[in-house]
Write a protein that binds this ligand. Structure first.
Ligand SMILES: O=c1ccn([C@H]2C[C@H](O)[C@@H](CO)O2)c(=O)[nH]1
Ligand SMILES: [Zn+2]
Length: 136
């Protein structure tokens, strides 16, 4: 699947956002090894901090469907921003946990501006599973 097709999926996912507080809808589409797409949208909460971003919704949904960390091919994220959207720090940390460092990430806005990047570029010098000592 082309990056542009995955972006179209992210735009469809964005329409499902539940954003009664920020009114800022974000969509994500995660491509797996089998060529299937997992949608994510942001889902907000009256308690504010329980809110979940589109990127994490897509990743957690795919993991819950049985897909393994490191098995994903590409992630597309879109929001109505001036520049291509910038994922938050929490999502970048989750991406590092669940995606390979060189996995392509397509960031976009609703005007059609795009930026192709990677997990490692989004969160350099990351703390990851490899930094933890295994229990003996
Ligand atoms: O990359 C981003 C940036 C923000 N949000 C959400 C979090 C919150 O619901 C709203 C405003 O920050 O947008 C995402 O889902 N993804
Ligand atoms: Zn986030």
């Amino acid at each position: 699947m082309e990056a542009s097709q995955l972006l179209q999926e992210a735009i469809i996912a964005r329409a499902k956002a539940y954003v009664p507080y920020s009114h800022f809808s974000v969509g994500a589409a995660l491509l797996d090894v089998d060529g299937n797409v997992h949608h994510g949208c942001n889902i907000e909460n009256a308690g504010y901090s329980p809110s979940n971003c589109a990127e994490r919704t897509a990743l957690f949904s795919a993991i819950a469907q049985g897909h393994r960390p490191g098995s994903f091919r590409m992630l597309a994220v879109v929001g109505d921003t001036d520049e291509p959207i910038a994922p938050c720090g929490v999502c970048r940390q989750v991406m590092v946990e669940l995606c390979k460092p060189d996995m392509p990430v397509l960031l976009a806005n609703m005007k059609g501006d795009t930026r192709m990047t990677t997990i490692a570029e989004l969160l350099p010098h990351a703390f990851g599973p490899w930094n933890l000592n295994e229990p003996s």
